[in-house]
Design a protein around this ligand. Sequence first.
Ligand SMILES: Nc1nc2c(ncn2[C@@H]2O[C@H](COP(=O)(O)OP(=O)(O)OP(=O)(O)O)[C@@H](O)[C@H]2O)c(=O)[nH]1
Ligand SMILES: [Mg+2]
Length: 485
Amino acid sequence: MLSTSKSTHDFDPLDELLKPPADETEEDRLIRLAQEAEARRISLQIDESIKAERQQQKKKSVVRLLLLGQSESGKSTTLRHFQRLYTPSAFREERILWRSVIQLNIVRSVRTILDALSNVRLPPVDSGGEDSDDGSPHIPHDLDLLKMRLTPLRHIEALLIAKLIPPSEDEAASFVATSSVSLFQSHRSRSTERSSRNQEVFVRPGATWKGALAKTSHSDARPTSLEDTGITTKDEAQEVLRSCTNDIISLWNDKFVREVLRRRKIRLEELPGFFLNDLGRVTALDFIPSDDDVLRARLKTVGVSEYRCEMEAAAGREQGTEWRIVDVGGSRPVLATWVPFFDDVDAIIFLAPISGFDQVLAEDRSVNRLEDSVLLWKAVCSNRLLANVDLVLFLNKCDILDAKLTSGIRLSRYVRSYGDRPNDLETASKYFRSKFSAIHREYSPLPRKFYGFCTSVTDTTTTAGILASVRDMVVRRHLKQSKLL
Ligand SMILES: Nc1nc2c(ncn2[C@@H]2O[C@H](COP(=O)(O)OP(=O)(O)OP(=O)(O)O)[C@@H](O)[C@H]2O)c(=O)[nH]1
Ligand SMILES: [Mg+2]
């Protein structure tokens, strides 16, 4: 027998409920269809807006921060601080890679001393410098011997440069070759003859050089993480440095050398990448750089690159927020290089190394460093593209400023308007803060709040607190602009 009813499988109670009434008129049918179409439209609209909101949320969790300032102002050091605080395990893993940079910094410090000793034209000093027949002083004999024993450092220097700058960095070489000081070329072609003080090893910011080093680290059977501490390395540079340690210490502590440096106004301790007071520790074969060592190491940045970090769990409540921090090499001419990065930026940290009041730029020795920072600050404050961007000012290298003032260097000799104010850190930093704040007020196209900090970004403790304030400020403002707060 044939059944006319639906099987239980086919029965859908919802269909039953939604199906049009059996006696539906044509007019009712049209109204019903119109209502159903409208309901579908609204549902689609809701889906779309949920999707858009999700995308917006994704976009909102990216914070863009730009680091600006002249060369050696501390931009890359500040970036390393961010890495240390917010991606601590990645930072720890990479510490060993900085050992080569520290080795090169030591070699460079020795070269600075040896360069200062060459062509010494000084009256005899207590430690034994004697006039030769032609009236120019002799370098004491023991120093001459020391110099000879330190010859292997030349080989180490070349080795380290080759290690830090892989051949693929030719592009960086051509960039520098066109700039006012041809650093790279001078390494390659005239490295042994020229004064080393202006010659710096540079890298593009970001991971390229670390990648290259990590590879050589493996092939050298060197440790790449802290878990491997305590091993004896096959690191040639470290071994040579170890064997030269006592000679370098003798050179650095030599009274004649100190006198030459003093007369030449070379304050080696205040130059970037100074490790001569830590030689026993940093040349140990199982040396792994500490956080402080990484922050003190000097590696010049050329070009511009974006560093991305996602807050790790240990970093606290902003876990998952992506920070994009742009580190810009600070060699002149800089402003034109910076402008493309002004778009879409949430905040700028501008570093002005106020200890540079008595120094000139390495790349243009006719320009005073402080004056250069002030001009750059004016340009950044008055830039219309940045009218709505928060500017955070770091009056950096306060520790060096303090050391200079304490040693008797008078600020008013270099900054006339400082007048007869007390020659101490507190007064000087207040003075600079008010000057930079006045420029900010006067030159900003629209009124905005001034955030100014006196910093020593190589100091982990104080900088951590300052960066936490900056981070909170940036995130708060970012969320406010995204209307999440
Ligand atoms: N004593 C001291 N040294 C600092 C301070 N800030 C940075 N330095 C050191 O100065 C050197 C230069 O700092 P970097 O962070 O490399 O400077 P930068 O602005 O990135 O320079 P470029 O890459 O040339 O643009 C490094 O050796 C730092 O360790 C500071 O506040 N005090
Ligand atoms: Mg840098």
